[in-house]
Design a protein around this ligand. Structure first.
Ligand code: ZN
Ligand code: ZN
Length: 393
């Protein structure tokens, strides 16, 4: 029982077990390869599709980072691959109707496997195409920037608005640390932010268990905690692109995705810090401003949520109190890696910041520390204290 706790990341593909939480868990991902040089395993990972048509998508940046190499490895092993590269110049690829349409138009007849080379955007686009066509996809990750490599939602832009479409999990995930350690430092910081967000996400989950008796899987909590511990220990080494630090970062991001997939809820990966991040993002998109990377915003939101817990310290359930991280500790971790910690640095002004604290509980219907503070009649006071600390009187 719970043998998943003894498995390495790469052994978790197709995990299928009865869990001590009382539920049966299974993971549909067939291949996980995380580590140094694992891009060389692509022919093995795609072996089932040999002799069939493969369709590779990348953009000019991810082609250089890993696409060219992946294409060569597969072609040298006699795979039939058609590659489409989005030409975005120095701009970033926007996953909207135009890009989605182009991706479909370029798809060769009889495609049996989609191979996406990239991070958030290309993964989301391939995931959507895969779910609507029933053709499996493999993601070759180019940056350890967020935890969506193992997730079944695909946020895309439709009619100028961001919509989270239900999609599918990947057939295979290939995370080569030799490639990911070369990612832009800003994306590495984003990945760290998304991982540190799990500190407050797990605290929120325990609060929801204590207050509204929500379901929780202790096995998943243990898995996330262990991955977090290793990632945090090596966080300061991220700025030197240390191999081990990058490995633990991508492992933590992948593993939280795995736990989300097996419990079928996003609790192990997302809590109040994600509500704040989403609130800011919706505001930025509505004003046609660049919304900043997901993980960067989550990283900034995490110490703020930690501070809310600190301010409520006198009335928290004991287990939640024990789990809640200290604001100063989270900030020090972000700073040690060189990541941003202030909402001001990403263009969040005082008004938006205060509003986000007051209204984050309306972003999603789920129990959070915002709801707890509101029910205790303390949300306004807390929002005032934190806004003043950051923006002055
Ligand atoms: Zn996230
Ligand atoms: Zn369980």
């Amino acid at each position: 029982m719970n043998e998943i706790l003894k498995m390495s990341m790469n052994e978790m593909a197709e995990a299928d077990f009865d869990c001590s939480c009382g539920r049966h868990h299974s993971l549909s991902i067939k291949k996980i390869a995380i580590g140094k040089g694992v891009i060389q395993q692509l022919p093995d990972i795609a072996a089932e599709f040999k002799g069939k048509q493969l369709y590779m998508i990348s953009d000019n940046n991810t082609w250089k980072a890993a696409g060219e190499q992946a294409f060569k490895i597969l072609s040298d092993s006699n795979f039939e691959v058609k590659s489409h590269q989005f030409e975005t110049g120095t701009e970033i690829l926007i996953p909207d109707e135009l890009a989605m349409g182009r991706m479909l138009l370029e798809m060769p007849l009889g495609t049996a496997l989609i191979v996406a080379v990239g991070s958030g955007t290309l993964n989301d686009m391939a995931k959507y195409l895969s779910s609507r066509t029933g053709i499996p996809y493999i993601i070759v990750c180019t940056a350890p920037s967020m935890d969506g490599y193992v997730a079944d939602g695909a946020p895309l832009i439709c009619n100028g608005r961001k919509i989270s479409y239900v999609a599918t999990l990947a057939y295979g995930v290939v995370g080569d640390t030799d490639i990911m350690k070369q990612a832009p430092m800003h994306m590495i910081h984003a990945g760290l932010g998304d991982v540190l967000g799990k500190l407050t996400a797990l605290t929120d989950w325990s609060l929801a268990v204590a207050m509204i008796d929500e379901y929780r899987c202790e096995t998943c909590v243990k898995l996330v905690e262990e991955a977090l511990r290793k990632c945090i220990e090596f966080a300061p080494a991220l700025k030197e692109r240390n191999e081990e630090a990058i490995l633990y970062l991508i492992e933590a991001l992948t593993l939280t995705g795995v736990t989300m997939a097996i419990v079928g809820v996003s609790r192990p990966a997302s809590g109040s810090e994600h509500l704040l991040s989403h609130y800011w993002e919706m505001d930025f998109i509505a004003r046609h401003k660049y919304p900043e990377l997901h993980g960067v915003k989550v990283g900034i939101a995490t110490p703020i949520v930690a501070e809310i817990y600190q301010l409520l310290d006198d009335e928290l359930p004991p287990e939640t109190k024990a789990l809640a991280p200290q604001r100063e500790v989270v900030e020090a971790l972000l700073e040690s890696a060189g990541a941003m910690i202030s909402p001001k640095e990403v263009g969040i002004d005082r008004d938006l910041f205060y509003r986000s604290l007051m209204e984050a509980n309306t972003v999603r219907k789920r129990y959070s520390v915002f709801q707890y503070a509101k029910d205790k009649g303390r949300l306004e006071e807390i929002a005032g204290i934190i806004t003043e600390r950051i923006y002055g009187k």
